[in-house]
Design a binder for this molecule. Structure first.
Ligand code: RFL
Ligand code: PHB
Length: 389
């Protein structure tokens, strides 16, 4: 098969890029290792920045998001008895959209055949070849038969564990990493949310987040040591813990119900630089991971894709390679700012096992400052809604 761009990974980054390139007349294919159902079964992000919403709008795939998504103009930071509301609309003039990653991925998936975007599910043993030069190719196995894609560029949208980043010679790049001593245990349940806005809570027993997917579906998280096993967390135990950590006001409004999904995800900050090597461009989780506290992962994947689509469209449409040359620096500038925000919100809202009285006093002082300073609230709000692309 001959294509201009071979996209590896059919998560949100790969599908968004595939649609944007197809819209610009760039011939591409998406190779996804899993089945479509498996990809949709992964419960992940819930909060979309304007950049992500705008890309769906540009594709004309925002109808369901507009109808079913929940625009939010604020969120809350809780600590003990204290609740600080960050009024993002008033402070920035913008809002975020609560719409699940599953739903966004479904919208992209369902539109692909009709728009001529070929997505090959069940593509096994994907390998990248000759990425240094201008004639790379990708090999894979489909239903037991070997297949090959010759292309001009490869987009590595295959997540943290995919083969793309690993195909770059070790001498080329550098990775930056911070691993956290806890994970987030998430529970999804068909019950109304306890509050109409998100609450991020720092409690002496640990962190909790009250989020949602709709007015009838809630998503909650608590942080747990990485040694915890999901089997040891019955639904009741999770609801009990949430009721303590979110505080009495929120607890009074929690509706309990059976979990539809529950899992523990480790927290990590990670950046690989550069994000391009030769004919390979990395987008999304294949190049960087943020702890979920800032709700940035999917949105960073979307901004990478925005830059990559621009660069690839200019290359094929106008024979202009400047965007390709600038891709890594442009994407990384935004990535590092989101890394900083996600790390600092994680630091502020979690009790780290190594922390003592001093670190706790720093959290209290910072929350005091945020509560009393419009400048501090504006800084949090503009990062939360997303910095400009
Ligand atoms: P994905 O979603 O991991 O997709 C990568 C795709 O590549 C496929 N793949 C391969 N395909 C072919 N061959 C191979 N060898 C392959 N290896 C892998 C995989 O099957 C998969 O389909 O990466 P992508 O597209 O870069 O998207 C990134 C986002 O998924 C991620 O950043 C977010 O989910 C992070 N995240 C959040 N982000 C937000 O913006 N807002 C949030 O509120 C938010 N909450 C979260 C989150 C992530 C979480 N977890 C579980 C990590 C909450 C949680 C709990
Ligand atoms: C979610 O609803 O899954 C969610 C919301 C906000 C975050 C992380 C996850 O910061």
């Amino acid at each position: 098969m001959k294509k201009q761009v071979c996209i590896i990974g059919g998560g949100p980054a790969g599908l968004l890029l595939g649609h944007l390139l197809t819209q610009e007349g760039v011939d591409c294919v998406v190779l996804e290792r899993r089945t479509g159902d498996y990809v949709l079964g992964r419960i992940r992000a819930g909060v979309l920045e304007q950049v992500t919403v705008d890309l769906m709008k540009r594709l004309g795939l925002d109808e369901r998001m507009k109808a079913e998504g929940l625009p939010h103009d604020g969120f809350n930071l809780a600590d003990g008895e204290r609740l600080i509301r960050i009024d993002i609309k008033e402070l920035t003039g913008k809002e975020v959209m609560v719409y699940g990653q599953t739903e966004l991925t479904r919208d992209l998936m369902e539109a692909s055949a009709g728009r001529g975007l070929e997505v090959i599910y069940g593509a096994e043993d994907v390998e990248l070849h000759d990425i240094d030069g201008a004639n790379p190719h990708v090999t894979f196995t489909k239903d037991g038969s070997p297949r090959r894609v010759n292309c001009r560029f490869i987009a590595g949208c295959d997540g943290f564990h995919g083969p793309s980043r690993q195909a770059i010679p070790a001498s080329v790049g550098k990775d930056f990493e911070r691993v956290y001593p806890f994970g987030w245990l998430g529970i999804l349940a068909d019950v109304p949310p306890c509050n109409h806005e998100l609450i991020y809570a720092n409690h002496e027993r640990g962190f909790a987040l009250a989020s949602m997917r709709s007015n009838t579906r809630s998503r909650y998280y608590i942080d747990v040591p990485l040694t915890e096993k999901i089997e040891d967390w019955s639904d009741e135990r999770i609801w009990d813990e949430l009721a303590i950590r979110l505080g009495p006001e929120a607890a009074a409004h929690i509706t309990r119900g059976p979990s539809i999904e529950k899992s523990i995800a480790p927290l990590r900050s990670y950046v690989y630089a550069p994000m391009r090597h030769g004919s390979l461009l990395l987008c999304g989780d294949s190049a960087h991971i943020v702890p979920p506290t800032g709700a940035k992962g999917l949105n960073l994947a979307a901004s990478d894709v925005y830059y990559a689509a621009e660069a690839l469209s200019a290359f094929f449409g106008k024979n202009d390679a400047d965007g390709i040359a600038a891709y890594s620096d442009k994407a990384l500038a935004r990535v590092w700012k989101s890394e900083r925000f996600s790390w600092s919100l994680t630091r502020l809202m979690h009790r780290f096992p190594e922390d003592g009285d001093f670190e706790r006093a720093m959290q209290v002082a910072e929350l005091d400052y945020i509560a009393s300073s419009r400048a501090a609230q504006t800084s949090i709000a503009e990062n939360y809604v997303g910095l400009p692309v």
